[in-house]
Design a protein around this ligand. Sequence first.
Ligand SMILES: Nc1nc2c(c(=O)[nH]1)N[C@H]1C(S)=C(S)[C@@H](COP(=O)(O)OP(=O)(O)OC[C@H]3O[C@@H](n4cnc5c(=O)[nH]c(N)nc54)[C@H](O)[C@@H]3O)O[C@H]1N2
Ligand SMILES: Nc1nc2c(c(=O)[nH]1)N[C@H]1C(S)=C(S)[C@@H](COP(=O)(O)OP(=O)(O)OC[C@H]3O[C@@H](n4cnc5c(=O)[nH]c(N)nc54)[C@H](O)[C@@H]3O)O[C@H]1N2
Ligand SMILES: [Mo]
Length: 768
Amino acid sequence: MKFKTEIKPYTAAAGGWGSLEATTRYVFDSKKVLSNLRNLMRVNKGRGFDCPGCAWGDDNHSTFSFCENGAKAVSWEATRKAVELDFFAQHSVSKLREQSDYFLEYQGRLTHPLRYNRTTDHYEPIGWDAAYSLIASHLKGLKSPDEADFYTSGRASNEASYLYQVFGRMFGTNNFPDCSNMCHEASGVGLKQSIGVGKGTIHLDDFEKADAIFVFGQNPGTNHPRMLHSLRHAADRGAKVVSFNTLRERGLERFADPQKPLEVVTTKSGRISSAYYQPNLGGDMAAVRGMVKALLEADRDRIASGQSTIFDAEFIAQNTAGVQEYLAAVDATSWEKITEQSGLSEAEIREAASIYVQAERVICTWAMGITQHKHSVPTVREITNLQLLFGQLGKPGAGLCPVRGHSNVQGNRTMGIDEKAPKALLDAMESHFNFTPPREPGHNTVEALEAMLVGDAKVLICLGGNLAAAAPDTLRTHRALSNLDLSVQISTKLNRSHLTPGREALILPTLGRTELDMQATGSQFITVEDSFSMVHASEGVGIPLSPEQRSETAIVCGIANAVLGDKFLDWMALADDYNLIRDHIEATIPGFKDFNARCDIKGGFYLGNAAAELNFNTPTAKANFSAARLPEQLIPQGNQDAPFTLQTLRSHDQYNTTIYGLDDRYRGVYGQREVLFIHPQDLADLGMQDGELVEIETLWTDGVERKVTGFKLVSYDIPRGNLAAYYPETNPLVPMSSFGDQTHTPTSKAIPVAIRRCEQKVDLQRIA
Ligand SMILES: Nc1nc2c(c(=O)[nH]1)N[C@H]1C(S)=C(S)[C@@H](COP(=O)(O)OP(=O)(O)OC[C@H]3O[C@@H](n4cnc5c(=O)[nH]c(N)nc54)[C@H](O)[C@@H]3O)O[C@H]1N2
Ligand SMILES: Nc1nc2c(c(=O)[nH]1)N[C@H]1C(S)=C(S)[C@@H](COP(=O)(O)OP(=O)(O)OC[C@H]3O[C@@H](n4cnc5c(=O)[nH]c(N)nc54)[C@H](O)[C@@H]3O)O[C@H]1N2
Ligand SMILES: [Mo]
């Protein structure tokens, strides 16, 4: 595969022609054009299937209910290309390891269960029953159930993930590491401490009522394209959209709506952000603290001149605890520290504060730019502090909105995929299923990897995902995975995790959400939960490529049955009829009353959110202000003198570790991924030029060398001293021991690094 490489600034708006063109290119590239299109038309409509792209809600207003990146996700899954069995006969695992992630997934869908043969270094076909028996013999042979880890990526349905955790707990462990541990963990932890519930408090239609929307550390143009519609409509009716992002992201600046045919034809684009601030990596807590400081000063001036307070005094008095300690912490934070740490000027921060205070109803959204830092929990809580001061909870058009990643990652948590499950969940499991669940917290993702490294974890089962590429510290992660006795990957496509087998390994090919799931009682649907706590039914339409592929739910039941038999549950009956699983969910998880009946509600049903109704399930029974100090340093620990801080992020042509293509259109990068964005003045100071190749080295405290080479410098609108490069190519640079306080989330947005010129120099085609 050869790609033309160039760097060419993108000048059009996000989401317009370019976007539709790209969508069709992907659809037509894959082999089954017509059924692909039909699939797309049904995404998020009627029963149909839920888009596997992201966790944004459904708006039901658009003619085409899909976005460019949703279309890529669907057609990538719906490909008719299959990895044939002779592929594995031809290629050894060691040989495949030399291939790129793009090459691996490009081979098509996995269609047959496979077992790794260590002697020949090849995967070989195995029958389903033999595969289940192999898993059972390993699990039953463990000294303790805690030697097993059950990983979940966020695509699994409510039904599959619910049974998966029931099985894991009946087996005897709480070891449920998941992708959320690397993603929005800080949102859950921070929000729970502040408002008693770890989820967003708003509905999708609140975007139609907000006067201002503050978007922190998020790139919706690429990662939540349907959110752009909400932002655009809000901007059109005069709401202010304020972005805090270290990079200038095209999708946040301007957006042409592909759902409005006229705009597409004229390429007329609307402005999205009314104001755009570029804080330092990790500088958002200081920026928000500064906004509050400015507002507190303004408030004191008003009070001194006999006017009323700008804060929502009544809300604060009735619903919150700890405001005095918080305001004291604000007073104790100097402007000097705020501007130094945020990288924003006092004038910029005061301007953002004045936009905020002029809005009656404010929504704050955020994603990985907020959650993948050492001090992410206090940052989430600082955003919450600001919202609490103005009573932005419990009213329409206002609230808190962590925008989730994987399409059902929020649902997975609701279903009990949680290594430190709340007591209520374990109690419900115990009384409903009549077994004694383990009570000790289990491994999160980093702890699971550490346990594998030292041999404390011996069996890993992965319900989706690609831990080998998604986890930090790639070399250590690979060593951890290959140290396992058995690694089981339930997957749709070939990926890096299949190439880091333990002593034994299985690949179990599964159906995707877009596909017909036929079981003994007929076609089954599953359910998912979006970022707005809406639960929807989803039913696939595509004909599976192979009769050997099984649904995730059926696979979980097959494994559980092989390990536990029908001692607690008739697993095979559950696999035959998912309605029965939903009955168990209804009996054990709050919010699912009449679950099966409510699956017919068009657009789904709302799970409810106590905090949005001003009921706070915290020890104080109030919403708690957090009086945390700003961190001493933005860089986690290690070498504080590191010349640069690197963030690792997503390009436009990828879904996490799935690489669809090598372009990042909105950032002007084509045909390549090994690029490093840098401020032009930093480039000049280094005596280097655009297009030169560098090696990037992490400066850390443990003496381990972490380096990647051959990254092409690209000057970009980014704060001085900050760098950006794509994930997963830069995962070797993220130390496993660098993670968020209280979350263990790898600090993927704050890696202290140095860069050095490499041998080769490449000329860049730069078109102004
Ligand atoms: N097409 C597509 N859709 C996806 C995904 C995908 O890979 N592809 N992944 C899904 C998943 S799992 C997730 S979690 C989400 C991720 O969605 P995002 O969080 O949007 O993903 P990232 O690419 O990591 O982008 C982080 C953004 O935050 C900014 N940023 C980084 N650090 C900071 C900071 O310290 N402060 C501020 N203010 N900004 C910062 C970056 O410049 C970038 O714009 O998307 C989901 N949707
Ligand atoms: N450096 C750095 N690292 C990061 C991040 C970052 O920003 N920077 N982001 C982190 C974040 S936010 C996340 S969420 C994680 C993502 O971590 P994961 O969720 O583990 O990774 P994915 O790349 O989403 O998983 C892709 C694989 O899932 C399988 N798959 C796809 N669809 C299905 C399905 O329907 N069922 C099953 N069973 N399998 C399926 C395919 O085989 C595919 O290869 O990565 C984290 N890692
Ligand atoms: Mo994520």
